[in-house]
Write a protein that binds this ligand. Structure first.
Ligand SMILES: Cc1cc2nc3c(=O)[nH]c(=O)nc-3n(C[C@H](O)[C@H](O)[C@H](O)COP(=O)(O)O)c2cc1C
Ligand SMILES: CC(C)CC(=O)C(=O)O
Length: 363
């Protein structure tokens, strides 16, 4: 892991209530996948190309829903005001200043309209995407979609890996079930079927299906991303159901503990999708080398979850900005060392498995 990010992580750990630190840091079950997400990157290496004589590099990428100045977006994570009083407002400002996308979650402690307003105050063109779970009550889902549209979000991200909540041992041991007084999942306030001012629970829908995704597609003209895909056949189905992009993710090791590391699932999904839509990878990305590996394996960009929470807890907006700066700088440096000028120079033939010298298998 990048040493500057390690320092920010340590500062965040010291600043956070240990219960909230464990909520952010923890994973499902025995936390096997949590560890594997990072460990799998350490098992991979990149073969640099030499004598390519390039002095500048282009690292921006256009995705359905917005342009990223660096191939890193902020994955949706819940409850930023547990980390810092400014919460998602700080995250949104830092993302906008770095000219990248914040995927703002339904489980946000600031309402989506205020999140987008904060981003646009920094950059009038800032792209904020809205993430939601298919709610069992489709009127609630529709209301959330309309709120995101009215707020000015430029894409919707539907998280599909959570038909039920993952069981997090650390939270159970702490008895952490509710937000502290004064904090709420603000997007869940004033929804259909609830009295004025009431904040509904975030619910998972064990019945969520491809038909729900189709209805969402009919509901909105926003580009629709599907997050939490690991099986290549689901990736094909997602394309057939009209998604604009796919996020290969195991939810940062917080849902299914027998799932593979996200980066290990990536090549097969990329092959199945065959360039029809972009594929983003999240889970365990902790430095410029990890970004380069994911892109070489076919990701258009990566998402980061916990590093942003550590930056936020350590230093608010400045801390999140620092995380993005560190990753931008280190990725650009790795690209230079690999003889790359464009993201397209990162190709799968550069990736080998450490200790074997064997080309990484394509799934
Ligand atoms: C504390 C926390 C809360 C999260 N909340 C959500 C969420 O509300 N919706 C969602 O789709 N993913 C959520 N995720 C998963 C992230 O979007 C992302 O998949 C994951 O954090 C990436 O792994 P990383 O933390 O190793 O970068 C959450 C992750 C964490 C750590
Ligand atoms: C509120 C939760 C559903 C947020 C989440 O997805 C998580 O904690 O992993």
């Amino acid at each position: 892991m990048n040493a500057d990010l390690v320092q920010l992580h340590e500062k965040a750990r010291a600043a956070l209530d240990p219960v909230h630190y464990d909520y952010y840091a923890g994973g499902v079950g025995d936390e096997v996948v949590l560890g594997e997400n990072e460990a799998a990157f350490r098992r991979l290496a990149l073969l640099p190309r030499v004598l390519r004589g390039r002095s500048t590099r282009a690292i921006g990428v256009d995705l359905p829903g917005g342009r990223l100045d660096l191939p890193v977006l902020i994955a949706p994570t819940a409850f930023h005001r547990l980390a810092h009083p400014d919460g998602e407002l700080a995250t949104a400002r830092a993302a906008a200043a770095a000219r990248t996308v914040l995927v703002s979650g339904v489980a946000s402690t600031v309402a989506i309209a205020d999140v987008v307003r904060a981003a646009r105050a920094v950059d009038a063109d800032a792209a904020v995407w809205f993430q939601l779970y298919p709610h069992p009550d489709e009127d609630v889902t529709e209301c959330l979609v309309r709120r995101a549209e009215r707020a000015g979000c430029t894409a919707l991200v539907v998280t599909a890996d959570s038909p039920v909540f993952g069981r997090h041992r650390r939270d159970a041991e702490h008895g952490f079930h509710d937000l502290p007084p004064g904090l709420a999942a603000e997007n869940m306030r004033d929804l259909p079927g609830s009295p004025p001012g009431h904040v509904r629970d975030i619910e998972m829908s064990p019945l969520a299906s491809w038909a729900h995704l189709d209805r969402l597609r009919e509901l909105t003209s926003l580009p629709l991303w599907l997050k939490g895909v690991l099986h290549p056949r689901d990736a094909v189905l997602a394309v057939e159901h009209g998604v604009a992009g796919i996020v290969v993710s195991n939810h940062g090791g917080r849902q299914c503990d027998v799932a593979p590391a996200a980066v290990e699932a990536l090549p097969a999904v990329v092959d199945a999708v065959a360039g029809r839509v972009p594929v983003v990878l999240d889970g365990g990305v902790r430095g410029g080398g990890d970004i380069a590996l994911a892109l070489a394996l076919g990701a258009a960009a990566v998402g980061i979850g916990r590093p942003v929470l550590w930056g936020l807890a350590a230093d608010g907006e400045t801390g999140v900005a620092r995380v993005l700066d560190i990753l931008r700088d280190e990725f650009d440096h790795v690209l230079a060392l690999c003889g790359g000028r464009h993201l397209a120079d990162l190709t799968r033939d550069l990736v080998v498995t450490r200790g074997t010298g064997v080309l990484a298998r394509c799934g």
